[in-house]
Ligand binder design. Structure first.
Ligand code: TRP
Length: 330
């Protein structure tokens, strides 16, 4: 059976941007494939971070994934740092990764600008990502569009390693991106991609009141300065959210009421809030249940890590053999 791998950063809450994007497709893939889903805490330390909250954010993200439908009885759900082989393979892959390729990555170029002294981990981040995937010899990788370039580099690394250490019989498959989630989800500021660090998100497990508090001040079509000004739904980010959360008839009604100024933005937001609360209710329920059973969550992640370590160990044997290292038992 083909194998799926994906990683998600431990930003804490799983927000609707993550959910509508990669996570929903990761949930659906469980029906067809052997899936591994990993909270990538080692990726989260590459650009400055708060060690005081990392553990909680990691656990919260794992809970969010389970609340969204990642099922640990069907998929392997675990935390990256619990499987040291990720870092080991990453080191081995670095020996064949061209520096120039890493320097060309757009995410690296963007982020590096923010540092006076650039941490090496920011540069080598995509090698760790390649290691995540190749460690399980995964064939498919659900990702958001912003990760496509990194995935292309993973394919190149696999190709290069195969030709150098496993010529004629490729050891690593070249992983394919699965881009089935929603395209770019814009944050509540109506400007940037939804992202926890920008504070423009709604968490999938937030309460009805919290959801309303966030939607109420959210950016709409700037042309609607007063209640009477008609708007253009296509220019309103909240209309985009209606399309994800509201039934078709409601979406059509929203468009008409916006164009004719039949509703003010606040009325439109009220409808959206109700739809969002209803859609997310089962996720919130599941998340509250899991949060009340912290020992069970710990056990689930430990079990996932144990399974991942077994698969990873097999791959590492194949890798170190082909790379010519002295085995411990010889
Ligand atoms: N870099 C990815 C992101 O920021 C997270 C990630 C790490 C990942 N390792 C991965 C995604 C392996 C897919 C496969 O979204």
């Amino acid at each position: 059976m083909a194998r799926v791998f994906s990683g998600i950063q431990p930003s804490g809450e799983l927000h609707i941007g993550n959910w509508l994007g990669m996570v929903r497709s990761a949930v659906a893939l469980q029906d067809q494939f052997e899936c591994l889903y990993c909270v990538v805490d080692q990726h989260a330390i590459t650009g400055g971070y708060d060690p005081g909250t990392l553990a909680d954010r990691t656990r919260q993200m794992a809970i969010g994934l389970m609340a969204a439908g990642i099922d640990p009885s069907r998929s392997i759900l675990y935390v990256q740092s619990h499987v040291p082989a990720h870092a080991t393979l990453s080191w081995l892959l670095m020996s064949i990764t061209p520096l120039g390729e890493l320097e060309r990555m757009t995410q690296y170029k963007d982020k590096a600008q923010r540092f006076e002294s650039v941490p090496t981990g920011l540069l080598t981040y995509p090698v760790l990502m390649a290691a995540d995937i190749l460690l399980y010899r995964a064939d498919r990788v659900p990702v958001g569009e912003d990760q496509v370039q990194h995935l292309e580099l993973s394919r190149e690394i696999a190709r290069k390693w195969n030709s150098e250490f496993s010529p004629g019989a490729p050891f690593f498959p070249e992983p394919q991106a699965i881009l089935s989630g929603a395209k770019r989800i814009v944050g509540l500021d109506g400007q940037a991609k939804m992202s926890k660090s920008l504070g423009n998100t709604i968490g999938v497990t937030e309460s009805p009141d919290q959801i309303w508090e966030k939607l109420r001040p959210a950016m709409t079509d700037p042309a609607r300065k007063t209640r009477k000004d008609p708007g253009t739904p296509e220019l309103c980010n909240l209309y985009a959210l209606h399309r994800h959360f509201s039934p078709e008839a409601t979406v059509a009604e929203v468009a008409t009421k916006c164009r004719t100024a039949g509703w003010g933005c606040l009325e439109c937001k009220r409808v959206l809030a109700d739809q969002m609360v209803a859609t997310l209710a089962p996720l919130r329920q599941k998340s509250l249940e899991l949060s009340a059973r912290p020992d069970d969550v710990t056990a689930i992640l430990a079990d996932g890590a144990a399974k991942a370590r077994r698969l990873a160990a097999e791959t590492l044997v194949g890798v170190t053999e082909r790379m010519g290292f002295l085995p411990e038992d010889r």
